[in-house]
Write a protein that binds this ligand. Structure first.
Ligand SMILES: C=C(O[C@@H]1C=C(C(=O)O)C=C[C@H]1O)C(=O)O
Length: 197
């Protein structure tokens, strides 16, 4: 979740550092313990959490939890909850505009990382990692990052899926590729012609 604003209260959850979920609880428990103890994943996570806390810190007095593991159906992540009270009234949209893009999707420092990615990636990210959410008439609302989605071609005959991962010193290219492939699974399943109950 990128940002939620309710009155003067603001919160965010930074996710970065990943490991597979198999559905075997005992195996996943071991993986979660390893993820929480992994120096490389912790370093990656700190970049993401710090970037959110710093950006939010320009608008609010913030506090944050310790990193903890959250499990999704196919993947688990290190998560840090960040919250605070806004110094001055701001809408959820305005806060999202300040916090996005965080290091989790763009790298850090933001401007330099965005420039380097534009030079090196060799393709247009399109709507990758765009914030989506809602906003009410008072400015309260909630925005999440639309990650691991796809864009249907103009002729409606193909879809291009996007997913990525945080690369830090100590990242192993083949592991990062496997992690990125895992991030596509929900979309593959949603798009699969196989009937599911
Ligand atoms: C960059 C993506 O995901 C982000 C990167 C993660 C990671 O590298 O561990 C985990 C969660 C997201 O904050 C993506 O899915 O494209």
């Amino acid at each position: 979740m990128l940002v939620a604003v309710e009155g003067s209260h603001v919160r965010s959850q930074a996710l970065a550092g990943s490991a597979p979920v198999t559905g075997n609880v005992a195996e996943d428990d071991v993986t979660a313990t390893r993820l929480a103890a992994s120096g490389k994943n912790h370093a990656e996570h700190v970049y993401a959490a710090t970037s959110v806390a710093e950006k939010l810190g320009t608008l609010a007095s913030v506090q944050h939890s310790d990193p903890h593991v959250i499990r999704l159906p196919r993947i688990m992540h290190l998560a840090t909850d960040i919250s605070g009270d806004l110094h001055a009234p701001a809408t959820a949209l305005a806060v999202a505009g300040v916090v996005h893009p965080s290091a989790a999707v763009c790298g850090t420092p933001t401007e330099l990382a965005a420039r380097v990615l534009a030079e090196l990636e060799g393709f247009d990210r399109g709507r990758y990692a765009g914030p989506v959410g809602w906003l009410d008439a008072d400015g309260d609302g909630e925005f999440a990052i639309a990650l691991r989605c796809g864009q249907v071609s103009d002729d409606g005959r193909s879809i291009r899926l996007f997913a990525g991962g945080g690369i830090v010193a100590g990242s192993d290219p083949s592991e990062e590729l496997a992690e990125t492939a895992r991030k596509f699974l929900p979309m593959y399943e949603a798009l699969s012609p196989v009937d599911r109950p």
